[in-house]
Design a protein around this ligand. Structure first.
Ligand code: AMP
Length: 212
């Protein structure tokens, strides 16, 4: 099964795709995570992407399409895309790639969330510095204060681009460059929309009802 999770930054794509990857045994392909790893490792792609990401803008289509082409080749059992495609050029390139590999998209799921809620969600989020488990100051605190539920680490980090001013730029980029891919998939009959304003468990239920 091959799935795309679409939606603005902070819509819950990362949280839901972790769950879906585990439940349906899919490879999670999160382009933001891949780019952050490239920045951390100081690779040529990371060096190019760093300033663009910190400005809340989109990394070039050429770079992103290259990354996904390689990643899909290594996900033979099915994948869940989180953060790709983000432009209509990326969506068209993905169609081409899948076609040439004899693969198809089974589901494109949009998480719909109001902009005001997104700002509150993003500005409070952080993750475990060791295992990457996601938390939020208000909505998802660890069971024991300051200790990661998943791995017991006491080190946490916040993303550089989760600052309020950068979040505004990321939302602008979403509306201008990414939202146009929603009609692209709607026209192909593959799009389903879920209410991303609901709580995490309820969004998971909505998605699993679609996937069956
Ligand atoms: P995310 O973790 O998905 O919010 O992505 C973080 C940042 O990485 C974005 O704000 C973009 O700068 C960059 N990025 C991630 N995926 C893409 C993509 N498909 N196209 C362009 N830029 C991307």
């Amino acid at each position: 099964m091959n799935i795309i999770l679409l939606g603005p930054p902070g819509a819950g794509k990362g949280t839901q795709s972790d769950f879906l990857a585990e439940t349906y045994k899919l490879t999670k392909l999160a382009t933001g995570d891949m780019l952050r790893a490239a920045v951390k490792a100081g690779t040529p792609i990371g060096l190019k992407a760093k300033a663009v990401m910190e400005a809340g803008q989109l990394v070039s289509d050429d770079i992103m399409i290259g990354i996904i082409r390689d990643a899909i080749a290594q996900a033979p059992g099915g994948f869940i895309l989180d953060g790709f495609p983000r432009t209509t050029a990326q969506a068209a390139a993905l169609d081409e790639m899948l076609h040439s590999e004899g693969l198809k998209l089974n589901h494109v799921i949009e998480l719909k969330v109001d902009d005001a809620a997104l700002v509150a969600r993003i500005s409070g989020r952080y993750s475990c510095a060791r295992c990457g488990a996601g938390y939020h100051d208000t909505f998802r605190t660890p069971v024991v204060d300051g200790v990661c539920d998943a791995c017991g680490s006491t080190e946490f980090s916040r993303r550089a681009d989760d600052k309020a001013e950068t979040v505004a730029k990321r939302l602008e980029a979403y509306h201008a460059q990414t939202a146009p891919i929603i009609p692209y998939y709607r026209d192909r009959g593959t799009l389903k929309t879920v209410d991303g304003m609901a709580d995490i468990a309820d969004v998971t239920r909505q998605i699993t009802a679609i996937l069956g």
